[in-house]
Ligand binder design. Structure first.
Ligand SMILES: [Zn+2]
Ligand SMILES: [Zn+2]
Length: 437
């Protein structure tokens, strides 16, 4: 009997230690012999949620108030979603979400801000005002073309003034406040001044009521050298106002062997009736401005230093023997829309042209026009041409083929004189096939 009592007491002790946290109100004064062991019911405290520092996981924890060693804990990986996209200048939002298996733990959401992206600037562009009074720098964001940075600056001007003998130079420079924009420099050539001191002007009174007075011009003497820039207008001592200079006298600059540069304004409708600049042996640069209509006979014959030539659209005539024997002339370009209708006879004879494109208002290529152009290899003839004169291409020893823009039938209708003697011409490439000669 005594043994049984001891066992029971030991059991009671063991139980009461375990159950102690649950039933605090239990009357310890009246120990009774428990018949069935009481089960412990946890008294959970608040759940705490702890996010990892990178927000990629969250841990939920709760602890039993009755016994801090009773603890439930669960760690779950979070899912991430961008809820508001970041923009160049605006933060976005991202959301981490985690759900737990234990129903006692609530899903957790954590919102984080996403830094604004900043602009993604494309390369800057720079645009000068037409008169160089300002320069505008602009850059645009690749993410949104309405994000634009722009700055307009007035340039500083460094001027080298033109003289009669030298071009001037205007150097415009802008430096922007915005460090993203680089300084810009623009150099603008200022043409040399009209060379009044080297020229002589002759007044021509109107002959009829419909005529207007004009000046013609020529060199003061054949000793003049360097640059000649002919003015558009001239004002003589008795003139009330400046009058147009429209003519270059026949032989006006003939044999001015020291001239290197000639600039002829568009007011000139006729460049000499004969030999205007013939024999200007050192003439390298010839500027024929838009407006000039006629290159007179032999106007630039024997200008041995002239290498290239640009003929303005206004020009109607290349002049008989106009550029004949310009022995270094290798490039002639007719402006687009050229009004030349006849390549006058001997115009380019004895030059070293390699290629020529006849403009498409030309109806006639004159006799001897390209006579003895030994280096001429390529020529393009438009279908407007109806006549090719005698000896037009004689002794063009390198010319083997012609590019003709018309048909074979059109070619056969061209009035051909003996145009090809001494050339190597064998083929006419027509628009609808080749003609073999
Ligand atoms: Zn507990
Ligand atoms: Zn932007």
């Amino acid at each position: 009997m005594k043994k049984v009592s001891i066992i029971l007491f030991a059991l009671f002790l063991a139980f009461s230690t375990f159950a102690g946290c649950k039933k605090k109100n239990e009357n310890k004064e009246t120990p009774v012999t428990p018949e069935t062991p009481e089960t412990h019911t946890h008294d959970w405290g608040e759940v705490t949620y702890t996010w990892s520092s990178d927000n990629l996981s969250c841990t939920a924890t709760r602890v039993c108030k009755g016994d801090a060693s009773h603890k439930e804990e669960e760690t779950k990986a979070a899912t991430y979603k961008v809820s508001v996209e970041a923009e160049c200048e605006k933060e976005g939002k991202g959301t981490y979400t985690v759900s737990f298996t234990n129903e006692a733990f609530a899903s957790q959401v954590k919102e984080v801000s996403i830094s604004a992206l900043g602009h993604d600037w494309e390369g800057a562009t720079y645009e000068w005002a037409e008169d160089y009074s300002s320069c505008t720098a602009t850059r645009v964001c690749s993410r949104d073309h309405e994000h634009v940075e722009t700055e307009t600056i007035e340039p500083t001007l460094n001027q080298k003034l033109p003289t009669e003998d030298e071009d001037g130079l205007n150097t415009y420079t802008v430096t922007f406040q915005n460090a993203a924009f680089t300084s810009q420099t623009e150099e603008v050539l200022v043409p040399s001044l009209p060379t009044l001191s080297k020229l002589e002007f002759t007044y021509h009174a109107p002959e009829t009521e419909d005529d207007e007075a004009y000046y013609s011009v020529k060199a003061l003497n054949t000793e003049i050298s360097g640059r000649v820039t002919i003015p558009l207008t001239y004002k003589g001592e008795s003139d009330e106002e400046a009058i147009q200079v429209t003519r270059i006298d026949a032989e006006g600059f003939r044999n001015c062997a020291e001239i290197t540069y000639v600039n002829i304004p568009g007011s000139i409708d006729t460049i000499g009736s004969d030999y205007a600049f013939a024999g200007c042996e050192k003439l390298e640069t010839l500027i024929l401005n838009e407006g000039i209509k006629v290159v007179g006979r032999r106007a630039f014959q024997n200008c041995y230093s002239l290498k290239s030539l640009y003929l303005p659209a206004s020009l109607e005539s290349t002049g008989r023997q106009g550029f004949q024997s310009c022995q270094t002339l290798e490039t002639v370009i007719f402006a687009e829309g050229s009004n030349v209708s006849i390549i006058e006879s001997n115009s380019f004879a004895n030059t070293i042209l390699k290629e020529i494109i006849i403009p498409n208002k030309v109806v006639e290529i004159g006799g001897n026009a390209f006579y003895n152009c030994e280096l001429l290899e390529k020529i393009t003839i438009p279908d407007t041409v109806t006549k090719i004169g005698t000896n037009a291409f004689n002794y063009c020893t390198n010319l083997t083929a012609i590019d003709y823009e018309g048909t074979k039938e059109q070619w056969s209708n061209i009035a051909l004189s003996d145009g090809w003697k001494g050339s190597s011409l064998t083929t006419i490439h027509c628009s609808d096939g080749d003609i073999t000669l």
